[in-house]
Design a protein around this ligand. Structure first.
Ligand code: SF4
Length: 426
């Protein structure tokens, strides 16, 4: 048995509440169960109860066994002095307050429907794709959609917290911070880490000093990525090498390890060499990128910032010194969508929030609605479960649900799970 199940019973009063009595036989009336506390301290704050003839306002602590009070050493913790009711599954020992009085206790054993526990237990122990898979279809669509909408904001909150942390490290420099996040997004899943390390190895201001020369931006990026530490045949990498050697000592740069880059199982158009060439092109075409993003008014404007292609040498190469058939190395729409979803939109949202400018937050949400749904295994699997995803708004919510709730079996904090485990669902 898990304590969280009894939190759920208490929170939604899923037990016989008529003629309740404490283990000492006093009448108990619950006016307010209190606010669920998931941090340290008692489990529910500010409950309102009547025990016997006395009205109480205070905290509620929940355990499987009453003796857990001593096991968790609450008798030494002042934070538990204001507990007015102990709710337990099994009353195996009285709890004595420091004043010498017995702590009023409600025992839930025999007072709730066992079928509810069996349902919860089977959800927690099955190995299906999601724990509630057997019950999912029975839940009303309105509940699912309302929950998914909330999850999009939770996801944005999580992402914007990561940005806030990085902003703190960068003295609130939005340009520099966005540059890191954009770089990470250009690495997509496979090369996100080395791309981030690459960006962190070169201050954005350094690149801006060479904003008028695509060649110099390429030299810095390829050099810092570790790709120029080789003997080349072609002129282009040799020239980059010479330029990088000068810029490296000018800015006192140290390259990252080239072995961090992954090529395996990637389509050539996703090779890190191509992505770096595109990133160089992006830096060159969008100087002071954060200010530029704040001027965006439409999704088309956002897409136009990424309408770029790795030109010149890269038209006929995917790697240095290896000729390939001539091909356009344009950023695809799907790639741009991923960068907008992971970098541009969270920045817009956060900027609107910290500066109290709702138009940026609204723009961020509008963009989510206008970008096509992602298509990955998680989104496709939800589709099989009847949840269609037409826009990034929905696909991002579905990803949040699966990765942050279902995988962690947090069904008792999920609106769908709460509805599955209601009394009238049996
Ligand atoms: S977290 Fe919610 S959707 Fe996921 S398995 Fe649990 S109840 Fe179902």
């Amino acid at each position: 048995m898990k304590e969280e199940f009894f939190h759920h019973l208490w929170k939604y009063k899923l037990f016989e509440i008529q003629e309740l009595k404490t283990v000492c036989g006093q009448n108990l009336q619950i006016d307010k169960v209190g606010e669920h506390n998931t941090d340290s301290g008692p489990d529910f704050f500010n409950a309102k109860l009547q025990i016997g003839d006395v009205y109480w306002a205070g905290n509620v602590e929940i355990h499987i066994h009453s003796s857990d009070w001593y096991l968790h050493k609450h008798q030494y913790d002042k934070a538990y002095d204001n507990v007015v009711l102990h709710v337990v599954y099994d009353y195996d020992k009285p709890v004595i307050r420091s004043s010498g009085e017995i702590l009023p206790t409600l025992e839930l054993k025999g007072k709730f429907d066992q079928k509810l526990f069996l349902k919860y237990d089977s959800m927690m122990s099955n190995l299906l794709w999601i724990p509630c898979q057997e019950h999912f279809l029975k839940i009303n669509d309105f509940i699912k959609q309302a929950w998914l909408e909330r999850l999009l904001f939770e996801r944005l909150e999580r992402k914007t917290n990561q940005i806030r942390n990085e902003l703190l490290k960068n003295n609130n420099n939005w340009e520099q911070t966005l540059y890191f996040f954009l770089a990470r997004s250009f690495g997509f899943n496979i090369n996100a880490e080395p791309f981030e390390l690459l960006a962190k190895s070169i201050p954005y201001a350094c690149l801006l000093k060479h904003k008028n020369s695509l060649f110099q931006i390429q030299a810095i990026l390829f050099g810092q990525a570790g790709f120029l530490e080789a003997d080349f045949i072609d002129d282009y990498p040799k020239k980059l090498q010479a330029e990088y050697s000068f810029l490296k000592s000018k800015f006192n740069l140290t390259p990252i390890n080239v072995h961090l880059w992954k090529f395996l199982r990637l389509r050539p158009s996703n090779f890190p060499t191509i992505r770096i060439a595109q990133f160089a092109c992006f830096i060159y075409s969008n100087q002071n990128v954060f200010s530029k993003i704040l001027d965006i008014n439409s999704i088309d404007q956002a897409y136009s910032m990424f309408d770029l292609s790795a030109e010149g040498y890269w038209k006929t190469h995917y790697s240095f010194d290896l000729v390939s058939k001539e091909m356009d190395k344009k950023m695809g729409k799907k790639s741009t969508d991923i960068i907008l979803i992971n970098a541009v939109i969270p920045f817009l949202f956060l900027y609107g929030k910290v500066n109290d400018e709702a138009k940026f937050q609204q723009l961020a949400i509008d963009f989510f609605e206008q970008i096509d749904s992602e298509r990955n295994n998680i989104v496709l699997k939800w589709q099989e479960m009847g949840l269609l995803s037409r826009s990034a708004f929905q696909s991002q919510s579905l990803l949040e649900l699966k990765t942050q709730y279902c995988n962690a079996k947090k069904c008792l904090t999920c609106s769908i799970g709460i509805n599955i485990l209601k009394k009238d669902s049996l």
